[in-house]
Design a binder for this molecule. Structure first.
Ligand code: GDP
Ligand code: ZN
Length: 318
């Protein structure tokens, strides 16, 4: 008898079994991998992860699918292994976009937090959509700050949208930006991630419980990642291990590569390992003086360079 091969998306992975959602029919099959299965070139503790596209066969005698092939990944995020094996744990793969939920008040997301996240996402080749939530509170100084912050990020190429999860403002526009994509929703606690999910897809809220808070601080968690379908098309990927996504281990001279507005000047610095802090003939500092790079972004860059906590409240000090 001929065995049929299916193609599907890994929506949950526990290490011993995998839930694979078959394309088109949307049905989920439990699969295993063969004991000797190895993914070429990746030294990971888990060869298959959430977000992977795989091929599998259904074996009647095992009452389960067997994964026979993993398709190449467009991107993936990792958590470093705690033991000394130097192997990494792949948290998720093939993320279309990170959706960073920002709250400018009650509580406040600092630009330092935003930039630290963006550097990580850039280093993983993941696009980020900036969602300014709680726009019902944009008045007076908060409104002015919002206008200024949004224009900084839009100028350097990040897509931005302002919404109110509370009142539903712009939530249909947000849905369109999430539709038919694998979205990773992140933001610190209190930014409004649950409220947003509840507003755009109430049925999902029960399943995700509380979606990951990205803190950039390292506490360990062993919970598994999972992908949840959006009722209007597309997916939300929940990776509890996202806390360890920050900070990626970067060499000092590497950090500026992940600031898109600095990247284009890097070749003009005199030294190719320039950190753009005190070196002579630095093209980045020249661009800063000419107003081509924002002071806030540059200050956040220096904080990352020095490994400092990012909650400097630049607005209060002006
Ligand atoms: P999470 O920790 O990111 O999941 O944040 P929650 O969704 O739990 O929201 C944190 C708090 O912010 C709750 O008290 C929400 O009611 C409030 N909140 C969320 N979205 C909005 C919004 O658009 N406007 C206002 N004013 N409050 C909001
Ligand atoms: Zn330089």
């Amino acid at each position: 008898m001929e065995t049929k091969v299916f193609r599907g998306l890994v929506v949950k992975a526990t290490g011993s079994w995998y839930n694979v959602r078959v394309e088109n029919i949307q049905e989920i099959f439990q699969c295993r991998i063969r004991g000797n299965f190895r993914l070429q070139g990746i030294k990971a503790t888990n060869p298959v992860t959430v977000g992977d596209w795989v091929k599998f066969q259904l074996l009647a005698e095992e009452n389960a699918g067997v994964i026979t092939e993993i398709e190449d990944r467009r991107n993936y995020i990792i958590r470093k292994s705690v033991n000394l094996s130097k192997r990494t744990h792949v948290l998720a793969a093939n993320i279309d976009q990170a959706v960073l939920v920002i709250s400018l008040s009650n509580p406040r997301t600092s630009t330092g937090f935003i930039d630290r996240f963006l550097v990580n996402a850039e280093s993983y080749h993941i696009k980020t959509l900036l969602v300014f939530n709680k726009m019902d509170l944009f008045e007076g100084t908060i409104k002015k700050q919002y206008d200024e912050i949004r224009s900084i990020y839009e100028k350097i190429g990040y897509s931005c949208i302002a919404v109110s999860a509370l009142e539903g403002t712009n939530c249909n526009e947000l849905k369109m930006l999430l539709q038919n994509k694998v979205n990773m929703l992140v933001g610190h606690s209190g930014a409004g991630k649950s409220a947003l999910i509840n507003q755009i897809d109430p049925s999902l809220n029960l399943k995700t419980g509380s979606i990951s808070n990205w803190s950039g601080k390292g506490t360990h968690t062993t919970t598994f990642s999972e992908i949840f379908p959006l009722s209007f098309g597309g997916d939300i990927i929940d990776t509890p291990g996202i806390k360890e996504f920050g900070m990626v281990d970067l060499q000092k001279e590497e950090i500026s590569r992940y600031f898109p507005e600095m990247f284009r000047f890097l070749h003009d610095c005199r030294f190719n390992n320039c950190t753009h802090e005190h070196e002579p003939a630095c093209a980045v500092k020249k661009a800063l003086e000419h107003g081509e790079i924002s002071e806030i972004r540059y200050q956040n860059y220096l904080n990352i360079l020095h490994g400092e906590e990012m909650d400097t409240e630049e607005w209060e000090n002006r």
